[in-house]
Structure formats: C-alpha cells, structure tokens
Design a protein around this ligand. Structure first.
Ligand SMILES: [Zn+2]
Length: 265
C-alpha cells in the first residue's frame, strides 16, 4: 500500500506537476499503473510503458528513476504515438546502458532516462553517470577505423548529451546551460516534441532540428555530442556539421583516442 502511494506521489508531484512547472505542459490523459505487474511483451522481464499503462516490476515501484523513466515514454508517446515508442527497441527489446542498439531505440530509451534525471534534478539514472560517462570504462568507445561506428545508437550517450545541454554546471567541454527549453524555446523540449520529428534517426534528428532552428548556436550542441562520440567528423550523415565550433585546445585535450577528431580543423 505504501509503495502504491509512493508511485502515485512520484508520478503526480514530480511527473505531472514537475513537467507543468518546467515546460508548461503535462499529459492530458490519465495513465494506468500496474504494480507489481510484469511486462506483457519482450524477452526481458522488466518495467515498461504499454498503451496508456505503466507496468512496474516489484523493486521498480520503489525507484523514482524507473517510475519517471516509464512516465517519460508515456510523455513522448503523446507527441509521436504509442507504437513508435513501445516498439522502439523491437524485436529484441534489449537495451543495456553500455550497449549499441539502434538510433530509434537509443533515442527513446535515452530520452526517457534523461527526463527522469532532469525531473529528479540529478545527473544519474539508476546509478549510471550522465555527467561524465567517459570516466567509466563500460561507456562504449568508438572503433576509430570503422567509418560507420557512432554512439548515436547508444542510450547512455544519448541521455548524457541531453543532460549536458540541460545542466547548469559549467564543465570545460560544456560551458552552455540550455535548461528544459533553451533560448526562446528552441531547446530540448520543443525540438523533441516537434511534429514530424523522425524517431528513426534518433539523436541525429535532434541534431538536424537544432541546426534548423538554432543555426547561430551550433557549437553548444555539437561540442558535447562530439565528446560523447555521437557526432563524428567522418560520418557522412552528419557531414554538414561545421567543424571548428568547439574551443580548439579544449576539444583536442578532452576527446578520447588518437587524433581522428578534426573538430578544430
Ligand atoms: Zn524504457
């Protein structure tokens, strides 16, 4: 009974009211919560969002991170429909933090984890560090000889990039603080809820929208995304990115690996 009230309190106070306060929007529909209620699909038992319902495992009912992550799926599904969110990681539905999945899966899962972290105001999701994931050996590194390798298909990198844009701590690689919805409301919230957002392209679509709506402030998003190896100079799909936006010496020092990053070329 106590856990049921905890879930209710977390969803209303931090979820609905938090979002209303921060971005002036909250889901108009009601949401059913099943706890403890197993997921009805997928090969991995776990919590999930499934057509207007959140299903939580027994321990997740006591985890504000997990509750708000599933709430995040519900939120994004209000803008882009249920199916693309629920089936984002089909057919395996596997998406461990250090794992490469797909652009679509990494965006859906990373965005939901970012939302939970942002609503809770802490740079972690269930113990995973969103502030400086490169400090951890299990953060995926990109094969420097594979021209198609990128962390855009990794939910940890995706969540960390969004956190970097969001947070107000001036890290050397990220002096920028965009908050929930940056300058003149062309930030994380507006871009990712925008009609026509192509979920299949995940965070690369987010980047394209950023380029479209904030052409004068590309470096603010590009620098954290370079650092996390989401945007790569050699990737033809992001070849339109103007390199040289990040502070030169800074980037050379911060980016991992041998000199493959002509961001200041
Ligand atoms: Zn999820």
């Amino acid at each position: 009974m106590r856990t049921a009230f905890f879930i209710y309190d977390t969803l209303t106070r931090l979820g609905w009211e938090g979002l209303q306060r921060e971005v002036g929007w909250s889901p108009p529909e009601r949401l059913n919560v099943y706890w403890p209620g197993p997921c009805v699909f997928g090969q991995i038992g776990g919590s999930c969002y499934f057509y207007n319902g959140i299903r939580l495992t027994e321990p997740d009912g006591r985890s504000p991170d997990a509750i708000l992550h599933e709430f995040g799926h519900f939120v994004l599904s209000r803008f882009h429909g249920d199916d693309p969110i629920i089936l984002a990681c089909a057919p395996t539905f596997e998406h461990a933090f250090p794992q490469h999945t797909s652009l679509h899966c990494a965006w859906s899962e990373g965005w939901a984890s970012f939302l939970a972290a942002a609503l809770l105001g802490k740079p972690r999701y269930q113990g995973w560090d969103l502030e400086d994931p490169l400090a951890h050996s299990d953060f995926p590194r990109i094969d420097p000889v594979d021209p198609h390798a990128t962390n855009a298909d990794n939910k940890w990198a995706t969540a960390a990039a969004l956190w970097d844009l969001f947070d107000h701590l001036p890290e050397p690689w990220d002096p920028h603080a965009d908050g929930w919805d940056g300058p003149a409301r062309n930030g994380i919230w507006t871009l990712s809820t925008q009609r026509g957002f192509n979920l299949d392209l995940g965070i690369e679509e987010f980047w394209l929208k950023w380029v479209e709506r904030r052409p004068d402030r590309l470096g603010e998003a590009a620098c954290p995304m370079y650092r996390l190896q989401i945007l790569l100079a050699a990737d033809p799909s992001v070849s339109s990115i103007p390199y040289g936006l990040c502070p030169p010496r800074l980037v050379r020092r911060l980016l991992p690996g041998p000199g493959r990053w002509p961001v200041d070329a």
